[in-house]
Design a protein around this ligand. Structure first.
Ligand code: AGP
Length: 608
């Protein structure tokens, strides 16, 4: 989604703004722009398309000044175009915005009637109109912004430059995140820690409703009532991470290969070597009293939640509800005080998941955030967190975030099983050891990916549709495989539980349809095998994902296979995620799509 950054500095800001935008590219965008104050006068440059296009344009039409703001736009209102790109501006202000203004139509009508000339289709421009009018009414910049945001419904993080105020940026947030970075005689403001990482290691996060005034030598925060407040300065851990592709061609494949390390780091953060059990000290609730677990998430994180349901119900015997975040709070969920609500989000900023968290907190439910970004809003607002140690995930297609979420859920299931005494301790220790062994098994699997590349080129690349099927905990893995393929290669793909095939999807089977059958050699194997035969009998091309034994049994029926290591059913979903990701990657590569930044998608979905 939109990314924003601003600098009140002491040297020309344009090159720094452009390089910060580059770091924000991972969020997904379709246009970009910068503005700066040159001797107190606003100069700007905007462009449709990639940052490189903006860079070329700035080279042609330089934007001078030591104070500036910048933006990557992911279109919500109005097509991607130069006119709709940010900064949006008037004769007195330039403004960048992340979020959605829900009452923009009413405000646009109101200000059009007052004679304001709107030049874009964006919702953002109403904020410009509001501030411009308030300035004309004689309000000073801070008051003009404060009064303007009181009229806004929806979510926003904004940064504003003012004509005639050469040393100032005003920022404000509600719903969308915003952070301030402290430099030496310069200050920064941006959508997340990563945006500020190249500038500073000291940051403060704005609380919801905050307004901030930045000068190069001071920062003043005001809360939603307009009262001056202090916000804690914390270390920007994102500083230590580089977001380079290294030896890899794309972030997606780099992140796929980072999984052994990410999983090791994640599991070791909750594994107690002394006892061989899971350390659940981070969860300040009595796990014996949890009557139900409600897991709320979107997209890939939702698929991790679906696997967790199998684990927690099977091993810890606690009922689990799964909800898509965007549905959760609108369906009037019945929750009791002994429910533990878990919010899963790589970014920790997903608007629907955050809203679901706030809904639960309002209803007095215990909340646990499972996030990859420890400074994210979900991390800060949940009662407690479990952190996936995946490091920054840049590719829009989630990979290492998913498998590390699975590892934390597996650990949570074991912690619940121990506290509730639903499994004997030696069994729990044995299962914990299986999780400990995953990184090296993964490492070995990742050495041999050519056969998957060949399947992508020979079978999947030219398909118009693809189906993924699985049973038990392989069903969410099939869903995740389909999601990965569709988002990276634009091939229409659906995931089904294998048992559902006869209830409709089998009508789709013909010779052009690849069907990826996720079939670990477990208690479901025979049934999934029968479903596979039914598909083959109708001419479907089956790509069979199983261990050697499973493939040997299926070999005469199938078009291709992906051989998996022999692993216990418990950890199979974690390992079987790999071929799903790799097949999607190679298919996208063969098709030439931009799998790191697929069209229309954003890494961090900060609007509903
Ligand atoms: C997956 O590849 C997608 N990028 C998407 O489904 C993602 O998982 C979803 O938007 C949830 O994001 P979050 O984990 O940051 O909340």
């Amino acid at each position: 989604m939109c990314g924003i950054v601003g600098i009140v500095g002491n040297k020309e800001v344009a090159p720094f703004l452009l390089s910060a935008l580059k770091r924000l590219e991972y969020r997904g965008y379709d246009s970009a722009g910068i503005a700066a104050l040159n001797n107190g006068k606003i100069e700007y440059c905007r462009s449709k398309g990639k940052i490189s296009a903006l860079k070329d344009k700035v080279a042609q039409y330089p934007v001078a000044g030591t104070v500036g703001i910048a933006h990557t736009r992911w279109a919500t209102h109005g097509v991607p175009s130069e006119a709709n790109a940010h900064p949006q501006f008037s004769d007195t202000v330039a403004l960048v915005h992340n979020g959605i203004i829900e009452n923009y139509e009413a405000l646009k009508a109101e200000f059009s009637a007052k004679g304001y000339n709107f030049t874009s289709e964006t919702d953002t421009e109403v904020i410009v109109a509001l501030i411009t009018f308030n300035l004309k009414e004689g309000l000073k910049p801070k008051e003009a912004v404060y009064q303007s945001i009181q009229r806004l419904e929806g979510s926003f993080a904004i940064e504003v430059l003012f004509d005639g105020y050469p040393d100032m940026i005003i920022g404000a947030r509600r719903g969308s995140p915003l952070a301030v970075g402290y430099g030496d005689d310069e200050m920064f403001i941006g959508s997340d820690a990563l945006a500020l990482a190249e500038f500073t290691t000291k940051i403060s996060y704005l609380e919801d409703g905050d307004l901030v005034v930045l000068h190069k030598d001071k920062v003043e925060f005001f809360d939603e009532k307009g009262n001056p407040v202090q916000r804690e300065i914390v270390a920007n851990h994102a500083s230590s991470f580089t977001i380079e592709k290294g030896e890899f061609r794309h972030f997606m494949i780099k992140e796929i290969f980072e999984q052994p390390k990410a999983i090791e780091d994640t599991f070791c953060s909750v594994y107690d070597k002394e006892t061989g059990l899971i350390n659940s000290a981070n969860i300040p609730f009595d796990l014996t009293k949890v009557s139900r677990v409600a897991i709320i998430a979107c997209g890939t994180s939702l698929h991790a939640a679906m696997v967790a349901k199998y684990w927690i119900e099977t091993y810890a015997k606690v009922p689990v509800d799964i909800d898509s975040s965007s549905e959760f709070r609108y369906r009037n969920p019945v929750l009791d005080k002994d429910t533990l609500a878990v919010f899963v989000s790589q970014s920790g900023e997903t608007a629907d998941t955050l809203a679901a968290l706030r809904y639960c907190k309002k209803h007095g439910i215990k909340t646990l955030g499972m996030v990859n970004v420890p400074a994210s809003t979900i991390a800060r607002e949940a009662d407690c967190i479990l952190q996936t140690m995946a490091g920054p995930e840049v590719s829009v297609a989630a990979t290492k975030a998913f498998t590390t979420q699975l590892v934390l859920f597996a650990a949570l299931a074991l912690a619940l099983a121990e506290k509730r005494e639903t499994l004997p301790l030696p069994e729990i220790k044995k299962m914990a050891k299986m999780l400990l062994d995953i990184p090296s098994i993964m490492q070995d699997f990742l050495k041999e990916t050519e056969s998957i590349d060949k399947i992508a080129k020979d079978i999947v690349k030219d398909a118009v549709n693809a189906l993924y099927i699985g049973r038990g905990s392989s069903y969410p893995i099939a869903l995740e495989g389909a999601l990965k393929l569709k988002e990276t290669s634009y091939i229409h793909a659906e995931g089904y539980s294998a048992g559902e095939m006869k209830h409709g999807p089998i009508a789709l089977v013909d010779q052009g349809l690849p069907i990826i059958v996720v079939a670990p050699f477990d208690k479901y194997f025979e049934k999934t095998f029968s479903n596979m035969q039914e598909i083959v009998a109708r001419g479907g091309k089956v790509i069979f994902v199983s261990n050697k034994k499973g493939i040997a049994a299926a070999i005469k029926h199938i078009t291709a296979s992906i051989a998996m290591p022999d692993v216990n059913t418990f950890v199979a979903p974690i390992l079987y995620s790999l071929p799903m990701q790799i097949l999607a990657y190679y298919t996208a590569l063969a098709k030439g799509t931009d799998m790191d930044q697929p069209r229309n998608l954003a890494k961090s979905v900060t609007v509903e």
